[in-house]
Design a binder for this molecule. Structure first.
Ligand code: ZN
Ligand code: ZN
Length: 253
């Protein structure tokens, strides 16, 4: 069966692009439903509760530091992650988690512009990319959820930068239908995604290219780790770029 996730996604996106209820009602805060005078997504008090990722933090995994401890946390000094750089827009707190969860599981596409702007903000810390690649999801999960949240974010980010041609959703693919990472411990997460990513056999060489690998949330870094290794093996240099990073050290590999 011919399967093109980008075309499929475009179709679903067109169907769901308008949140009809939000379009009909007066603007209100996305999180607390406080009425707003304009169409901003968040009210002032919810904005203040978003914990934007600001230094000091580990340059390699984004782990926040209480004091400026230099470029890397102890774990990254001991074992450098496969990606060269890492950037997250916000810390994974109650407020940011609610935004992302509603976007991802309740199809609240009105949040997409806001989340993509956060990604753009986080991407300013990274060197210019040659490609912007979303973390892929399996085709059956795509049919079930109807969209890949990482792909929507990566595509909008590429548009916001004025470089839509860099969006490359077909290069990295996912084989096998794994359990959702949610609810698994770090070791199970690693095992769940080990070897599941592969390059599209039709993709051109990635030798010498700098790739931004985009995902919504980094919890233990297991998926980013596994996917990065595939891109690096194909010759790319990888920067990992996510909306939110869960607090705590990434799991050791
Ligand atoms: Zn609010
Ligand atoms: Zn680190």
């Amino acid at each position: 069966m011919f399967y093109n996730p980008a075309l499929l996604q475009r179709g679903f996106k067109a169907l769901h692009n308008i949140d009809w209820l939000s379009a009909l009602l007066p603007p209100c805060c996305t999180l607390c439903r406080e009425p707003l005078m304009n169409s901003a997504a968040l009210c002032g008090s919810c904005w203040l509760e978003i914990d934007f990722a600001t230094p000091p933090f580990c340059q390699s995994c984004g782990l926040p530091f209480e004091f400026d401890l230099g470029n890397q946390c102890l774990q990254c000094q001991h074992q450098q992650p496969p990606w060269t750089r890492f950037s997250a827009a916000v810390r994974y707190t109650d407020k940011s988690a609610r935004l992302i969860t509603q976007f991802k599981h309740n199809q609240r596409f009105t949040f997409l512009p806001l989340l993509a702007k956060w990604l753009l903000f986080a991407s300013k810390r990274l060197p210019e990319p040659d490609l912007i690649i979303p973390m892929p999801i399996h085709r059956w999960r795509m049919l079930n959820r109807q969209f890949n949240q990482a792909a929507l974010l990566a595509e909008r980010l590429a548009e916001l930068r004025g470089t839509p041609e860099l969006y490359a959703p077909l290069i990295l693919q996912r084989r096998g239908y794994q359990k959702l990472q949610r609810g698994l411990n770090p070791a199970e997460r690693q095992q769940n995604v080990a070897g599941v990513f592969h390059l599209n056999p039709k993709a051109d060489s990635l030798a010498g290219l700098h790739v931004w690998l985009v995902d919504d949330v980094a919890t233990t870094g297991a998926s980013l780790h596994s996917a990065s290794k595939v891109l690096i093996k194909a010759g790319a240099e990888v920067s990992a770029l996510v909306i939110a990073r869960v607090n705590g050290a990434f799991s050791k590999t």
